[in-house]
Ligand binder design. Structure first.
Ligand SMILES: Cc1cc2nc3c(=O)[nH]c(=O)nc-3n(C[C@H](O)[C@H](O)[C@H](O)COP(=O)(O)OP(=O)(O)OC[C@H]3O[C@@H](n4cnc5c(N)ncnc54)[C@H](O)[C@@H]3O)c2cc1C
Ligand SMILES: NC(=O)C1=CN([C@@H]2O[C@H](COP(=O)(O)OP(=O)(O)OC[C@H]3O[C@@H](n4cnc5c(N)ncnc54)[C@H](OP(=O)(O)O)[C@@H]3O)[C@@H](O)[C@H]2O)C=CC1
Ligand code: HEM
Ligand SMILES: [Fe+3]
Length: 474
């Protein structure tokens, strides 16, 4: 056996021997108590269960004892309470045995904010002499048992006593979790609400996309199907299959991409206006900032759909029929359309811009994968996400502008005074790019950079510093 692996085994033996000396007590032989207790046992801890009916509970590996709650409490100074909050009352009678011990509250509730205080704070009231740590409630018993911890490896931990928190985090690490210290016991409420939320950061992006989809669909239906049906007695209902989706998806991709960068602009304008970076953003802006990643990923998904719908354009019956009837027409009228280099240039460049924009878009998506974003430092991440992100927005906006070309301005594209949908798709991206262009001007960029480095227009500190340095710029 090689030298290094010899070292590894002795380290593991060491670790296990350290843990095998440490006894952990688990109250409750239910789903979670058993899965967590067995997992700790496998990782070298000696585990003792407390139960209402020690003699009845089977299903434990050899070497694990099941005692009454009172006896089990005396066997360890760290007790994991794998019991529903509704059944905590009996712990009051054990206050003496639990005095000074670490009690780990792992409970969840059925509803968000079900009780006025968190279960952990409730436990601290019931057993005031114990040190309470909140942990492991975001882990599922099944995942612990089956070892499929991938989704929920993160274990949020909080508590008022540092040392107790550390010991609980060590247990978390040993059983393969990634403990994240969330601070004092005050954080317990948020930690308990966490497993009850459903994709909290995805709500806004998904609701917004759904609303935009409906708007785009109705708008295109009006312009592309109903208008020709009424005005020209044409039946374009087949547009519903590809043409209309290939107006909706690119339009959403472009709009959502622009909405990823708009909050950063609003943040910058707010910081300039307030002359400080230290005042909190309004909640709606904070929440918008925090779900930009999800917005960006939804935008990328729509861009993918657009690219796929675009790839099938040449094989569509309608397109092939259009092309062939145009050729037949030219033969009949004995007139061929002269090759137009400008048109060739325009059509190739808008497609090329789309490809380049899409390439960077995918790059943004790749860098947001945790396994990738963990390998780059903050500056590199910002460079890709912010700098390349803006370049993506510029390319995709240019792609759409060139695609639209001169048709923009001609009144002929209006149908019931409604312009083509791509004109609407350009409003937010162009606004964002114009505002960004203004903000990068030195007259704005310089003060903004100073503000972001901590300078404040009305702070006494910076005034004193200025007076000290004789600089009277206020
Ligand atoms: C496909 C795709 C994937 C994406 N993945 C991610 C991702 O994984 N992670 C991610 O964060 N974004 C992601 N995004 C969103 C976007 O790329 C980043 O948020 C990017 O950093 C935004 O850059 P910005 O210049 O608009 O703003 P930022 O550079 O973020 O902010 C501009 C300025 O605003 C201020 N500011 C920013 N946030 C705050 C705040 N919360 N409180 C106070 N001040 C603040 C700072 O002073 C900052 O300098 C993704 C976008 C796409 C399209
Ligand atoms: N199941 C899971 O995946 C997860 C559960 N949790 C939390 O872990 C805790 C335990 O959950 P779980 O194991 O699923 O629940 P179970 O109902 O399966 O087990 C709870 C255990 O509590 C003990 N208990 C003590 N007093 C009572 C009482 N008066 N009535 C009923 N049971 C009592 C019982 O053990 P005994 O009979 O030995 O006394 C019982 O087996 C809960 O707070 C839950 O929110 C957190 C994350 C995930
Ligand atoms: C491989 C990349 C891409 C290719 C080949 C491509 C190609 C095309 C083509 C051929 C059209 C015209 C479709 C038609 O005639 O109906 C088009 C339109 C459009 N594209 Fe792309 N595109 C790409 C990427 C993107 C991306 C990444 C975005 C935005 C984020 C985008 C946004 C748009 C928009 C808004 C339109 C106008 C749709 C309309 O309203 O008609 N494209 N693209
Ligand atoms: Fe249960």
């Amino acid at each position: 056996m090689g030298k290094s692996s010899l070292k590894e085994t002795s380290f593991a033996m060491n670790m296990n021997s350290v843990h095998s000396r440490e006894t952990v007590c688990v109250f409750g032989t239910g789903d979670f108590g058993r899965s967590l207790g067995n997992k700790m046992f496998q990782c070298g801890y000696s585990v003792v269960f407390g139960s209402r009916n020690p003699e009845l509970s089977g299903l434990h590996p050899k070497g694990i004892e099941v005692l009454s709650y009172k006896e089990a409490a005396q066997r360890s100074d760290l007790i994991i309470i794998a019991i529903h909050r509704e059944h905590y009352n009996f712990l009051i009678e054990l206050a003496e045995e639990l005095q000074g011990k670490i009690l780990v509250d792992i409970s969840n509730n059925l509803k968000i904010n079900q009780y006025p205080e968190s279960n952990a704070e409730y436990l601290a009231e019931l057993v005031p002499g114990a040190k309470i740590v909140k942990a492991f409630n975001t882990i599922s018993a099944w995942a612990l048992q089956s070892g499929t911890l991938d989704a929920s490896r993160q274990a949020f931990v909080c508590g008022d006593d540092k040392e107790s928190k550390q010991r609980v985090m060590d247990i978390g690490r040993t059983i393969g979790l990634t403990p994240m210290d969330q601070g004092s016991l005050k954080a317990a409420k948020e930690i308990e609400n966490y497993p009850l939320q459903l994709f909290p950061m995805w709500k806004f992006p998904l609701y917004l996309s759904a609303a935009l989809c409906v708007f785009y669909f109705v708008y295109c239906l009006l312009r592309e199907v109903i208008y020709p049906y009424i005005q020209e007695e044409k039946d374009n209902t087949f547009f519903l299959a590809i043409s209309i989706p290939n107006r909706i998806f690119p339009g959403l991709a472009l709009n959502l991409l622009a909405l990823v960068y708009l909050p950063g602009i609003i943040a910058a304008i707010l910081q300039l206006y307030r002359g400080t970076k230290y005042s909190r953003f309004p909640n709606w802006l904070d929440h918008w900032m925090l779900c930009r990643k999800q917005l960006g990923l939804v935008a990328l998904a729509f861009a993918f759909l657009h690219v796929m719908y675009t790839l099938v354009i040449p094989i569509r019956h309608y397109v092939r029929w259009k092309w062939s009837s145009r050729i037949i027409n030219q033969i009949k009228t004995n007139k061929t359309d002269p090759f137009n280099t400008t048109t060739a240039w325009l059509s190739d460049s808008y497609v090329a811009l789309g490809i380049l924009g899409f390439f960077l878009f995918v790059l943004l998506g790749i860098t947001s994968l945790p396994s990738v974003s963990n390998t780059v430092n903050w500056r590199e991440f910002r460079f890709v996400q912010s700098k390349l992100g803006y370049l993506t927005l510029i390319l995709c906006t240019a792609h759409t502008l060139v695609f639209g070309g001169k048709r923009f301005l001609s009144p002929s594209i209006l149908r019931w005074y409604l312009p083509s949908i791509y004109v609407l798709s350009l409003i937010i991206p162009c606004t964002v790019l114009v505002l960004k262009f203004i903000l990068v001007m030195p007259c704005f960029d310089r003060p903004l950079t100073r503000i972001r480095q901590g300078w404040e227009r009305n702070s006494k500190v910076s005034k004193k510093a200025q007076l000290g340095s004789g600089n009277n710029e206020v």
